[in-house]
Design a protein around this ligand. Structure first.
Ligand code: GLA
Ligand code: ZN
Length: 675
């Protein structure tokens, strides 16, 4: 439980009273109460108000806001405000300003704009956290700290360059090692002095679309920038913990955001929180995957939905409204995947600047007679009735999908073999198949133990880091099913190819050798002709993108290519290894193949779906103290009827449900299973 002071699903969100007057504050309280709001995130972008100059700090308005809300039963998620530095700071200490990818020094403006290696930024940010910790350590309203906001973006300034060299010295000790792991004899890049190393940006190694001439330096720069921002987080985290060891600290993450290695971040945070902004056409399975990924950052611990819009965004090209019922449905989707909070950006819509067209609980009209307010208030009421039933409940999964940010960086940075290879999409395709099957899964890092799982899928694991090979071998020997794909096992953590044949370190366990990789425009498909001897998956499927030319070295051939000069050669193989098996899928297979294959593998491993539901009806479960809660989410615009696998009580209506049930369009049921 995040805090025993508020033992229920937290409901509220970002609130910026500093943009309003006293009359409005009163109205806010009235409307928050109507909506069942129990938590407000304050102070997210108020650094300039808190600190008008270098030595003056001003907290009196914040005191008032926290107190006023608290008097009306609303707790505070207190932000440290350090996501946007004040104008005076930028003027007086230009080192806080970033240098962009093209080497241009920024001037004041926007937000999330501070150089993470600026001594000034670090000093003042830490000090602010310290002051806030000191001031509010005993305030009963403050339940959690929200450090900065959506850390991200890279800086390429001189400070960063200097710190990068220090980071490299710590990591590699000698320049010789750097030259070796970056393979600098290529294109005559040998370094003789640390000072010769410059940042990899648009003026040096990197070009459009993330591709780098030197993956080694570019990968390390990503690691370094992710670590630098994480250092900033940690400075504030520790400053707060000194005062309030018992209050959890978080920062809001952004799902599959590319620039930060969130598995590393998860370890430093007390609880993961994240901001969920799907578009109208985002597949619901991709949102589900992202929730699971965020839950995975702390090995399955419940997380916070820190932000979502009640209605629409302002920053998409077309900002569709969430259709009636969708905000509720997507809120429960978060809970179904492990969220213990449902929070919004924001509670009242701004009147000026770029977020005036961003949805909010209270719209510009200012009263409660709006669709958005009605839907919010209805949800608030419902969540309140759930009390603490779901708080802290966990997800049990026997299947894991491996996700790795460094692997993703390395794929993106590499030139060839295909510009259309998108790591997140490929991972999602496997996720989607399991989602359709109703099989729960965990998203895990390459570091995590595999021992809790029966099936482990590592799509496009191009980079195999040291230790992973042994882990997979032990897992398969012990009876697990391991599945990986084309473009896996190619390089080590420095993006240096493992010589001796692809898929490198995974070659033994897979029992294959990949000789060549063909890359064709995505519209050009090949066939995967299933081998009927194999027994279960038969017929033909199509495949595209990359086509590995595979030789078996002990593995069985499950499917062969149907055309091209490699017609008749293996495309899907399975290797018996110890008590388990390792499957290789040598091309990007169509979805129905992934569905059929994973269904079969899960059956073999005796992994059951949570329940079988019609298309578009998502099902998950959370368990707590011997109780199982089934979440049924109807993502269809139409009513559906189907048979429930278990009798149980619907927590939202308190009705007993069994047999055939009907779900309304965008309907939700949370069934507590009867034993
Ligand atoms: C992010 C930020 C918020 C707000 C929203 C708008 O998630 O954290 O401050 O800008 O986007 O969608
Ligand atoms: Zn910098």
């Amino acid at each position: 439980m995040i805090s025993n002071k508020l033992p229920k699903i937290w409901f509220g969100g970002d609130y910026n009273p500093e943009q309003w007057d006293e009359e409005t504050w009163k109205e806010d309280i009235r409307m928050f109460t109507l909506a069942g709001i129990n938590i407000a995130t304050l102070n997210v972008f108020s650094w300039a108000l808190r600190q008008p100059d270098e030595t003056t700090y001003n907290f009196s308005d914040l005191d008032n806001h926290i107190d006023r809300l608290y008097q009306h039963g609303i707790y505070t998620c207190l932000a440290t405000s350090t996501a946007a530095h004040p104008a005076w700071m930028a003027k007086k200490y230009p080192d806080v300003l970033r240098v962009d990818f093209y080497g241009r020094k920024r001037i004041f403006g926007g937000r999330h704009n501070s150089c993470p290696n600026s001594p000034t930024y670090r000093k003042f940010a830490e000090k602010m956290a310290d002051k806030l910790g000191e001031r509010y350590k005993n305030h009963p309203a403050v339940l959690i700290w929200h450090v900065s906001n959506e850390y991200g973006g890279y800086c390429y300034c001189e400070n960063c360059a200097r710190q990068f060299r220090t980071w490299l010295k710590q990591k590699y000790e000698t320049l010789e090692t750097v030259n070796q792991v970056w393979n600098t004899r290529f294109w005559g890049h040998t370094f003789y002095d640390w000072e010769e190393i410059v940042v990899p940006n648009g003026l040096s190694e990197e070009g459009e679309g993330n591709v780098s001439a030197f993956q080694g330096i570019s990968l390390d720069y990503r690691r370094f920038q992710s670590d630098s921002l994480l250092e900033c987080y940690k400075l504030e985290h520790h400053a707060l913990k000194k005062h309030t060891p018992h209050i959890p600290v978080t920062t809001n993450l952004m799902g599959t955001y590319p620039e930060l290695d969130y598995f590393k971040w998860g370890k430093a945070m007390d609880i993961v929180s994240w901001d969920n902004y799907p578009g109208i056409d985002t597949p619901v399975s991709l949102t589900a995957m992202t929730h699971d990924l965020m839950r995975g950052l702390k090995s399955g611990k419940p997380f916070m939905l820190m932000e979502q819009t009640p209605s629409q965004q302002n920053w998409q090209p077309y900002n569709a409204l969430k259709r009636p019922g969708v905000m509720r449905l997507w809120s429960y989707q978060a809970v179904a995947h492990g969220a213990d909070t449902v929070m919004f950006f924001q509670l009242r819509r701004s009147i000026g600047a770029c977020e005036k067209f961003h949805g909010a609980v209270i719209e510009h009209v200012g009263h409660e007679h709006t669709r958005v307010f009605r839907e919010t208030a209805a949800l608030g009421k419902e969540l309140n009735l759930l009390e603490d039933a779901l708080i802290g409940a966990r997800t049990n999964a026997k299947v894991a999908i491996v996700f790795d940010w460094e692997n993703r960086w390395a794929i993106d940075l590499s030139s060839g073999p295909s510009v259309s290879l998108n790591y997140v999409n490929e991972v999602h395709r496997y996720y989607e198949a399991l989602f359709e099957l109703g099989i729960p899964l965990d998203m895990i890092s390459v570091e995590q133990s595999l021992s809790n799982y029966d099936v482990v899928i590592a799509p496009v694991l191009y980079m195999v880091k040291s230790g992973f090979k042994q882990k997979v071998e032990t897992f398969v020997k012990g009876g697990g099913a391991f599945i990986t794909t084309f473009f896996s096992g190619i390089v080590n953590e420095h993006d240096l190819v493992t010589v001796g044949g692809y898929p490198g370190e995974l070659r033994d366990v897979l029992g294959i050798w990949v000789e060549e990789i063909d890359a064709l425009e995505p519209s050009r498909t090949n066939a995967m002709v299933m081998n009927s001897d194999w027994g279960y998956v038969t017929g033909e499927y199509s495949c595209s993108l990359l086509f590995d030319i595979v030789h078996v070295e002990g593995a069985k051939v499950l499917a062969e290519y149907g055309s091209e000069f490699y017609k008749g050669t293996p495309v899907v193989t399975s290797n018996d290894y110890g008590r388990g098996k390792a499957i290789y899928i040598g091309s990007s297979a169509e979805s129905s193949f992934l569905y059929d294959l994973l269904k079969t593998i899960c059956e073999e491993q005796q992994i059951q779906p949570v329940m079988t539901t019609p298309k578009g009806v998502e099902v998950t479960s959370r368990v707590k103290e011997g109780k199982t809660f089934l979440f049924l989410l109807n993502h269809n615009e139409t009513e559906v009827a189907f048979k429930l696998s278990h009798t149980g009580t619907d927590l939202l209506t308190k009705e007993i449900k069994s047999g055939v049930i009907t779900m309304e369009p965008y309907g939700v049921m949370i069934i507590e299973q009867h034993n």
